[in-house]
Design a protein around this ligand. Structure first.
Ligand code: NCD
Ligand code: ZN
Length: 345
């Protein structure tokens, strides 16, 4: 195989930040993907349709000239998001979902939900109007081991929520465990999941190989090999429940290579190539197109893209760092290593 041709793909979970950071990272995604679900965890978060409209405008202005990239906006669910805001979401053409960050679970989640019961009326409205809930699926209970937080989320939050509102569409974002893959596989068609390249390519040993390696640290954290294997199986199964969401999460090098470093892997510039590597290693390149280009729009009820993209079989070396908001730059996942596929447009 020397070439992969697939329908133009979308990224169903992406952080592009704001201001100078937005300008630095957005072109990379706009080059590879036709659309992306834009995460709302800015400071302050994107909580209303009006704020999402303004953020969307800033994204459109940061696009390279001539780009047809379409940002699909989300709102950050809080304890006090009113049901009326969901009506405004439905009326807007550009806000596609709400994001649940359990308060304290990850980067910029302090304004997140402290108790999902506080959102009852709002979640009911979402179910009624067909607005999906995107979940950062980890409990925040400090007594729960960091490697078990996703599995506990299924029992403590996901199952009760789905029992109460079975018609609510839910995306279990960036799943990292066998338990989550199994839960999503067995759920009905209202549940989907995104998978990142790092969770398909690496297990938790990668964080500690020869010393502590902060550029492999993201949330939810990488898990044991048995979990990675289960995630690859889910992604390459052909099941329409699983789709591409990079969770590309840029942080300047000097905020990761410190005593208390930020969580997030930067994968926007070489996202498709990373997924191609994972699918090729599983002998499942024929399943890449469904995962990258069909399952996401089908779940969201959006049209599939019409164009095509090509990857070429070529060994090339990733840079050690790429320009970002300061002189420290940003270190992409697999920096300095050899890639097997190259995005050719
Ligand atoms: C994300 C970020 O930096 O915004 N970090 C990460 O490790 N994935 C937040 C998130 O998606 O959890
Ligand atoms: Zn994320």
């Amino acid at each position: 195989m020397t070439e992969i041709k697939i329908t133009a793909p979308d990224d169903w979970h992406l952080h592009v930040r704001d201001g100078a950071a937005l300008a630095a990272v957005l072109p990379a995604t706009a080059k590879q993907f036709a659309r992306a679900i834009i995460m709302p965890n800015l400071r302050p978060p994107v909580r209303t349709v009006a704020e999402a409209a303004a953020y969307r405008q800033r994204i459109l202005e940061a696009l390279p000239a001539g780009s047809a990239f379409e940002p699909l906006m989300t709102l950050y669910l809080t304890d006090t998001t009113p049901p009326e805001e969901i009506v405004r979401v439905k009326e807007s053409s550009f806000v596609k979902a709400l994001k649940l960050y359990p308060a304290g679970a990850t980067t910029n989640s302090d304004a997140g939900v402290t108790d999902l019961a506080k959102c009852d009326k709002t979640l009911e409205k979402m179910a009624e109007l067909g607005i999906p809930l995107l979940t950062h699926g980890e409990v925040t209970d400090p007594a729960v081991d960091v490697f078990d937080r996703e599995a506990r989320f299924i029992e403590r939050v996901m199952m009760p929520l789905r029992a109460r509102l079975p018609q609510l569409k839910v995306v279990f974002e960036h799943i990292t465990t066998r338990e989550a893959a199994q839960y999503v596989s067995e759920a009905d068609a209202n549940v989907g999941a995104t998978l990142t390249p790092q969770h398909l390519l690496y297990n938790r040993n990668e964080i500690f190989k020869g010393g502590i390696r902060p550029h492999f640290y993201c949330l939810p954290v990488l898990k044991r090999e048995e979990h990675r294997v289960a995630l690859v199986k889910a992604a390459t199964s052909g099941s329409p429940k699983f789709f591409l969401g990079t969770d590309s999460a840029p942080h300047a090098r000097n905020t990761k290579e410190v005593a208390c470093g930020c969580a997030g892997c930067y994968t926007a510039p070489h996202a498709l190539e990373l997924y191609a590597e994972a699918f090729e290693a599983a002998g499942a390149l024929d399943k890449l197109e469904g995962f990258a280009s069909f399952h996401g729009p089908d779940f969201y009820g959006l049209p599939r893209n019409s164009g095509e993209v090509t990857l070429t079989r070529l060994d090339w070396k990733l840079p050690e760092s790429v320009p970002y908001i300061d002189e420290s730059g940003i270190v992409p996942l697999k920096a300095g290593e050899t890639m097997r596929w190259k995005f050719a447009g």
